[in-house]
Design a protein around this ligand. Structure first.
Ligand code: NAD
Length: 293
């Protein structure tokens, strides 16, 4: 069994990004600039946003954090989005989800200029991705395909079972892995909460992508020998031995599943770090106008 080391990969990719930023600057080019909008005080969102900002610093990007209180109205947030759309120095930006319940997330996502949508959530980017056109790929699926590519994991003709059909993970990764080319050409089964006999479906997989949001949901006896397991889940699990009172666990029962795998991502240290790195890769593409010349 080989661990798919998201930490090591992210460090390698960040070193490549930093070198590209240097080269861009050397040619008199612009410094990539990512802005992040954080509304309210959701502790998990605060952690995610600060890790994105820190990663920008590591690779020499410029970053801006725009913080607004939870009482911000939908119109006020739409105004922030409009300003970022119009700011020529900002190459890409994200509005951290979830938003307070009085704000319509769909309306905010639609208001983002798709040419600056480095989270890849705008329907224009989603549609282009589905058609195999250049697009900002959603960060988590982009991180996963990059991980498969860099570990040279064979995908053509493999049966991939995706568990979970969210718009940000399950559905887009099922599209990407079924697309022509590498990493792709998989036969994909997309499963969800209404799937019948889920263990039997997962047992047929050569590659499993777990994105459910339930700690240790995928059990050891659901996995056949030699499977590649990508665990997207990030769940807080009560642990009195930790100062915080919890530890992070994935959607896969790692102890039971890992011995049967050919490859598996750890949690933490797997897909989560690749997600942040994929956001940086998208921001560089935005700065270089690679997707939308
Ligand atoms: P979501 O809640 O939007 O979707 C969960 C999906 O799981 C749904 O499609 C649902 O049908 C399916 N599901 C729920 N119960 C099920 C059951 N009993 N059997 C089969 N399917 C079931 O979740 P999401 O946003 O895709 O996130 C999933 C997990 O991934 C969470 O733990 C989240 O924290 C984590 N996540 C991690 C990253 C990362 O960077 N690593 C990014 C996004 C999400």
């Amino acid at each position: 069994m080989q661990l798919l080391d998201g930490k090591l990969l992210s460090e390698n990719i960040k070193a490549e990004l930093a070198a590209e930023v240097e080269a861009l600057r050397g040619r008199g080019g612009k410094t990539p600039h990512l802005a992040a909008v954080l509304v309210g005080e959701n502790p998990a969102s605060q952690v995610y946003v600060s890790s994105k900002i820190k990663s920008c610093e590591q690779v020499g990007f410029k970053s801006s954090l725009i913080q607004r209180p939870a009482s911000t109205s939908e119109q006020e947030l739409l105004d922030v989005v409009r300003q970022l759309n119009e700011d020529p120095d900002v190459d890409g930006f994200i509005v951290q989800l979830p938003l307070p319940s009085h704000i319509n997330e769909e309306k905010i996502t639609l208001a983002i200029d798709h040419r600056k949508d480095v989270d890849g959530f705008h329907p224009v980017n989603f549609g282009r991705m589905a058609q195999g056109l250049p697009a900002f790929l959603p960060a988590t699926p982009f991180g996963i395909v990059e991980m498969l590519r860099r570990y040279n994991i064979e995908t053509a003709g493999k049966h991939c079972v995706v568990v979970g059909r969210s718009n940000i993970v399950g559905t887009p990764i099922s599209i990407l892995l079924s697309r022509k080319g590498y990493p792709g050409d998989c036969t994909v089964t997309l499963t969800h909460s209404r799937t019948q006999n889920l263990p039997a479906e997962v047992r047929r997989a050569d590659i499993v992508v777990a994105a459910i949001g339930i700690p240790q949901f995928i059990k050891g006896d659901w996995i056949k020998e030699g499977t590649v397991v990508i665990d997207v889940g990030i769940n807080r699990f009560p642990d009195t031995t930790k100062k915080s009172g919890y530890r992070l666990v994935g959607d896969v029962d790692f102890e039971a599943v890992a011995p049967k795998c050919s490859h598996i991502t750890p949690v933490p240290g797997g897909v989560g770090l690749m997600t942040v790195t994929a956001l940086l890769m998208n921001t560089l593409k935005a700065c270089k106008k690679e997707i939308y010349p």
